[in-house]
Write a protein of this length. Sequence first.
Length: 260
Amino acid sequence: MNEAMCVFDRDAVRRHRDRAATTVGLVEPILRDAAERLLDRLDDVTRRFATALDIGGRGVVAPMLHARGIATICCDLSPAMAARNPPPCVAADEERLPFAPASFDLVTASLSLHWVNDLPGALIQIRRVLRPEGLLLASVPALGTLAELRTALTEAETEVSGGASPRVSPFPDLRDCAALLQRAGFALPVVDGDEIRLAYAEPLVLLAELRAAGETNAVRLRDKRPPPRALFPTALSALPARAGRCEVTLRLAMMTGWAG
């Protein structure tokens, strides 16, 4: 891939997920909420799925698929995170899936494709490993996710340092996601939005949960120097609050597509 197209540092993504393998249980309620909203779409289709590939489910999605009677193989960029899943599970790059064509009836990717540089290529590979009339269910954080934190960090860093570096990942909008599914060759692509509101009595918990989930900054052009000491206290104090709790938004793009 052209270096200019490499927005994310994939080695950093892997390290963050390796580290988070011991802490991700702290954010399981959020991950479970997002996964349930995604898998609810299975109730709207008449086809039954015998085999599934779960990409990056962090130990949350696979048990939910098993409960539906679907035999599931799991993969994750991080070996440590992959091991959180019930077997069989493998460490695998989402951009280079190590599975034969037409291996699965269903592929799920709940909040796990947003650190991929070649997302069109990853979606093409997903379509390749699906059997004819197989289904992709994927969710990615969409434009507006953590907008409150992004704005607060940008304004605080400008105030503290006189400039700002990228500290929150860029996110696509719903139209981008629909176009990506079409480009990858999926039939009947559907993308709709959902929203999870998160409230924190202590703003520092937000940063702790991002780290616990393996969602810390992996933008390739991020500033790797230690941040100014005043940056995060200044930014967190500026987050919008209601009833004594700061609030941030997780906006989800729910993607559905069928293999031809």
